[in-house]
Design a protein around this ligand. Structure first.
Ligand code: ATP
Length: 456
């Protein structure tokens, strides 16, 4: 039964599981979708929020030197004129003269159409910013753009933040939010889409300390993925050669991940020098200078920018969490998500729908809900319910049986080892908190005991 042998993760398997279990759907699905756009379902939205919240907690709440910001998606078009996006945020586009498919010239290895082998047109530059209009009249004066990155909102707020937060260098601004790019070709699931979400930090430093801070952020960001369960072997740093750097950048290193379609950028860390603040200061006439009390110097800070994509982070995390294990004659599919980002932390599974047990189980559910994202499931066999929770990546299942009504004990089953322990209900909340925080599963509370492992 070759199809019942555990195998490696592929994009096809992920897409199908994501759709089946409510992680991700094609956008406008009932109308045939919209290419490069995706909808995050009930479980996907929890996973995505948890990734964003972990990033926010680690980079904003747990640090003294970074503050948060949320700027609008639509901005004065002068921002994009000054940043150079209107002139040069473009990709080289070629058309196939036979089948008329469009390609990004950078992606092609040969000078012929990858779909039909036809002859290609000359390259022409295609601006990937989405244009729209402010106000009711579609006139040129009212053109605005959907932002293609969140960074510019932070640059143009530099003085506001400096004056209100009273931060001293080095310090950073962090922002998460939607960005839009009219990519010539999209694909590889949520890896490249036209509407996506970014998590960016602009870290302001004094020139001369920029190289040290650049190294610091490259390591910091690489380790962040490892802490969230991305495998070290699937990550590597790719330094951009000097001749390929954007004209304003002094250095750029990508954190690349080995996606099922190959190695590709997960996040970019750039040393953007003082370019951004300088150009915005010159174009707006507003000072972007920093005054250093100790030296009495005025200067424009350098910027180190770690720029990550939420959707790409989620894809990498899903790829490495995905596992297939032999399970009797079948395969157990499981997402080994880190507890911090698992979409559902605890499932409450009563062994029967009988009223007395259901009332009891609902009580436990109500007690746990304020503390954890909890799911109540009383349909189908317990084995099926475990498999369903495995596919959602739920770290702990709590089962209640008729014995529970007598002895006030419940069984907790761990997703990864499938070990089971039986614990007094009074201790359940604190035990789950401890286990989710990393305590060894077989450490028992007073009155607790190990029970027979679920049979594989
Ligand atoms: P690529 O070379 O893959 O197009 P990029 O170098 O243009 O990426 P940046 O401008 O550095 O990307 O954007 C920072 C991050 O935003 C990327 O590392 C990626 O995680 C995310 N990102 C950029 N474009 C997209 C997209 N079209 N879909 C999903 N995520 C994206």
């Amino acid at each position: 039964m070759s199809e019942n042998k555990p195998g490696k993760v592929t994009l096809e398997k992920l897409v199908s599981l994501c759709q089946r279990r409510g992680f991700i759907f094609p956008s406008s699905d009932i109308y045939g979708g919209l290419s490069g756009c995706w909808d995050y379902g009930p479980v996907g939205v929890e996973l995505k929020r948890n990734i964003k919240e972990t990033w926010w907690r680690n980079n904003v709440r747990e640090r003294d030197d970074i503050v948060g910001l949320e700027t609008s998606i639509l901005m004065n078009s002068k921002v994009w004129e000054t940043s150079g996006h209107i002139k040069s945020f473009s990709d080289p586009l070629v058309d196939c003269k036979s089948c008329h498919q469009r390609w990004k010239a950078d992606d092609l290895t040969e000078n012929k159409c990858p779909a039909c082998g036809g002859e290609l047109t000359e390259e022409r530059m295609f601006n990937t910013m989405f244009k729209t209009f402010v106000g009711p009249v579609e006139e040129e004066a009212a053109v605005v753009y959907l932002r293609p990155e969140t960074a510019q909102g932070m640059f143009v707020n530099f003085a506001n933040i400096l004056n209100t937060s009273r931060k001293r260098l080095p310090f950073g601004i962090a922002q998460q939010g939607k960005s839009f790019r009219n990519e010539i070709t999209t694909g590889n699931f949520i890896f490249r889409s036209r509407e996506f979400e970014q998590m960016e930090i602009e870290f302001f430093v004094k020139q001369g300390t920029d190289e040290k801070w650049f190294e610091y952020w490259v390591n910091e960001r690489l380790n962040w993925y490892i802490k969230l369960g991305v495998k070290k072997d699937h990550l590597r740093l790719e330094q951009h050669p000097k001749e390929k750097l954007a004209h304003y950048a002094r250095a750029c290193t990508d954190v690349a991940y080995q996606f099922p379609h190959g190695w590709a950028e997960l996040e970019g860390i750039a040393n953007r020098t003082d370019y951004d603040l300088k150009v915005h200061s010159a174009a707006s006439g507003k000072s972007m200078e920093y005054f250093e009390d100790e030296t009495k110097e005025h200067f424009i800070p350098y910027i180190i920018e770690p720029s990550a994509g939420v959707d790409r982070a989620m894809l990498a995390i899903m790829c490495d969490a995905y596992d297939e294990e032999p399970d009797k004659d079948e395969i157990r599919v499981v997402f080994h998500f880190h507890p911090d980002i698992a979409p559902i932390k605890v499932a409450i599974l009563p062994l029967s729908r009988k009223e007395n047990l259901a009332t009891f189980a609902k009580d436990v559910y109500t007690t746990l809900r304020p503390c954890f994202t909890t799911q109540y499931d009383d349909s189908q066999s317990i084995g099926r319910r475990y498999r369903r929770q495995d596919e959602l990546g739920t770290p702990y299942c709590v089962t209640l049986d008729f014995q529970s009504l007598e002895d006030n004990m419940v069984t907790i089953r761990e997703r990864d080892s499938m070990n089971q322990i039986r614990v007094p209900i009074a201790t359940l909340k604190s035990i789950l908190l401890a286990k989710l925080a990393g305590e060894d599963f077989l450490v028992l509370p007073e009155g607790g005991k190990k029970v027979e492992k679920e049979e594989k």
